[in-house]
Design a protein around this ligand. Sequence first.
Ligand code: C2E
Ligand code: MG
Ligand code: MG
Ligand code: MG
Length: 281
Amino acid sequence: LGKRGGRNDFKFYTLGMNETNRTRIIIENLLHQALKKKEIYLVYQPIMELKTEKVIGAEALLRWNNPQLGQVSPDQFIPIAEETGLINQLGAWVISQACQEVVQWKAQGTPISVAVNLSPRQFRDSKLLKIITDAIAVNGITNHDLELEITEKLLLEDSPGSQGILSQLHQMNFPLSIDDFGTGYSALSYLIKFPFNRLKIDRSFITDMTHSQKAMGLVKTIIAMSHGLNLQVIAEGVETSEQLNSLKSQGCDYAQGYFFSRPLTGEEFRYYLQLNKNPPS
Ligand code: C2E
Ligand code: MG
Ligand code: MG
Ligand code: MG
């Protein structure tokens, strides 16, 4: 590892450290430079409306391609970014980049919204609201064009600060989704306490539903419960037509997954939108 100029947060690994810690420190050090070196980019996965089978939005997902490490999975680098606080910088970049993409989708006549993932740590940054509203204003889009996905981890923190920001975002008409529903420490009271518009059923339940009666029952129940709470439902990780048909018959509103498309680069996704463009009516 080389020394980076002008920064004092560089970490060295020592002989006593185990492999996991060493890998971690290497990732952390390389991640510090990743944005500047343009190793970070976003991919977009279409979100389909099941009634019409039309693309109504896309989820923006972070990707990191490092010359030394290769492609690093977000499940590996996002927890590190969260712990080190780098997620605030990365997250701001994601918001800005995603909003710029919305402008391009509008310009080519395929106007859809974008969904970004927000980490709990970003809610502890007093600048979050300004980062979001600036990105909207600079790009001339509307609050409705930017959906915000958060996981149950945020709700668990139960800090008045996060709650305040969440309700402000809601009042400003940003669509709010609860992500990976069912995997965390979901207390159902969260669904009443926090102002969500959408609930995303975690992929694990969708994966199991066509071969497990219990998983199927759970998915059905989550859909009914969501509708009872006036929440729209998105199924994550739909990979087969069996899953899709079953979700349709249960009245699920939206779905995303490899059955429709893997996450695509910005350029690929723009092309995908054009291919799926509705003929002018
Ligand atoms: P997530 O927000 O729940 O995103 C869905 C994940 O499921 C994505 O993984 C996506 O590529 C994957 N996926 C979608 N459809 C399928 C499918 O049909 N089958 C399978 N096996 N997987 C599918 P990815 O891109 O690896 O992201 C993992 C997680 O990293 C995300 O889960 C999210 O929690 C986090 N993440 C990604 N980008 C960001 C970001 O910009 N900010 C934050 N805070 N977290 C992010
Ligand atoms: Mg998500
Ligand atoms: Mg999810
Ligand atoms: Mg996830």
